[in-house]
Design a protein around this ligand. Structure first.
Ligand SMILES: Cc1ncc(COP(=O)(O)O)c(C=O)c1O
Length: 396
């Protein structure tokens, strides 16, 4: 007898569970832990967002099941945000839908817009839940290589003809996790043209929209002319407003795809709690300087980490966005990023994400999440340098 479906059995094994065990061993050994493995913001949400939530909690109107009409406040705030930030006008009834986070949204969107056996184009390396979501929807996956020499942008022209014909969804994510690459609007224009020509839905996962540094502002796919015909973009409050645990975001874009998503979600959930929706609506209505202030904290951390790495003589890119630094391991680290990251954690207490967690092309890299203060990041580099100097056991 088995109570495990083939679907559940097909869910990818999480490398982060392995890393968690390595971290536990380091802790048991009494090591001080610097955990830079998970991209969960350590900053609090803006104080007025918490106030909005606190005000909502005693209001009994927020205690019932939220119906679609109850999501109007959040949809309107998302519409206002989109207009102000990207100059894109969305139909608040048809082109915006609240989500219980971008991750929930993607999994259900794939169930809503594809049929089993359809093909999806996924980035490699990419955010690990993409593969789980594709398997949940019983999709065939064709990976698009993100390589450093192409600035981690996929070569859409290199997709084989038969794959193009079969594919139903192209999934992109810029600013990118894990590479921290950004995409210029002309790349989105090419991607939109590709999707229109071949009948694909373009899904852009955009949780790092506000996690950008200096003068750089990440564009929206929906800024491309006619994009509402072929694209859906997933937004999240997790990074922009440090609300990862609140589980709230929204989808914007093609009305037909969003109507299908709403139907699928109708079988699964009743939307996020209304109090959290109100807090999210408040966050999206704040002046842009609020999100910029959070991003500036991450920018200072990026500077501290990259400066410390360069002081070691290591080559590393200065990211323009995201919460990550993606680093190609030096030869002294060996060939296996998971083995390297495990040993590093167990021996030094520094926990990084092994590149292989993000796909085959992530092998040979590690990802630093900028989730600690600059001093800790500089300390992390010192530990890493000492570890590399000592020589990694088993490294070739
Ligand atoms: C690329 C990407 N998409 C989605 C998410 C999850 O977003 P949410 O918290 O809105 O589900 C993350 C979180 O790290 C991410 O990096």
């Amino acid at each position: 007898m088995s109570f495990v479906s083939r679907r559940a059995a097909s869910m990818p094994h999480s490398v982060f569970t392995t890393m968690d065990r390595a971290k536990a061993r380091a802790r048991e050994a009494g090591l001080d832990i610097i955990d830079l493995s998970i991209g969960s913001s350590d900053l609090p949400p803006p104080a007025s967002v918490l106030d909005a939530l606190c005000h909502a909690v005693p209001d009994t109107a927020t205690h019932r099941y939220p119906m679609h009409s109850d999501t109007r406040e959040l949809r309107s705030a998302a519409q206002g945000y989109f207009q102000g930030r990207f100059g894109v006008t969305l139909d608040v009834e048809r082109e915006v839908l609240p989500l219980i986070g971008a991750q929930e949204g993607l999994a259900h969107l794939l169930l809503a817009v594809t049929d089993p056996g359809d093909t999806i184009l996924l980035p490699d390396p990419g955010y690990p839940p993409y593969l789980g979501a594709a398997r949940l929807a019983s999709l065939d996956v064709h990976f698009l290589a993100l390589r450093e020499e192409r600035d981690f942008l996929p070569d859409l022209g290199a997709i084989p003809e038969d794959v193009r014909r079969r594919a139903k969804v192209l999934l992109l994510n810029y600013p990118n996790n894990p590479t921290s690459a950004t995409a210029p609007l002309p790349f989105f224009e090419d991607a939109a043209r590709f999707c229109r020509e071949h009948g694909l839905l373009l899904v852009h996962d955009h949780p790092y929209a506000e996690m950008t540094f200096g003068e750089y502002r990440a564009p929206s796919v929906l800024q491309v002319e006619g994009a509402l015909d072929i694209a859906v973009e997933l937004h999240s409050l997790s990074k922009s407003f440090h609300m990862g645990g609140f589980r709230v975001g929204f989808a914007a874009g093609n009305a037909q795809a969003l109507a299908a998503l709403a139907r699928v979600k109708g079988a699964v959930d009743f939307h996020q709690y209304l109090g959290i929706q109100r807090a999210a609506a408040h966050a999206l209505s704040l002046p842009p300087e609020v999100a910029r202030a959070g991003a500036a904290v991450f920018q200072a951390r990026r500077d501290a980490l990259v400066q410390a790495m360069r002081a070691q003589g290591w080559e590393v890119q200065l990211p323009r966005a995201s919460m990550y630094v993606w680093w190609e391991l030096p030869p002294a680290a060996g060939q296996d990023s998971l083995e390297f990251a495990q040993q590093l954690a167990v021996q030094t207490g520094l926990v990084l994400a092994p590149g292989s967690a993000f796909g085959a092309l992530g092998e040979g890299y590690v990802r630093f999440a900028l989730v600690r203060e600059p001093g800790a990041l500089a300390g992390a580099v010192e530990r890493l340098a000492a570890f590399l100097a000592k020589g990694v056991e088993g490294a070739s």
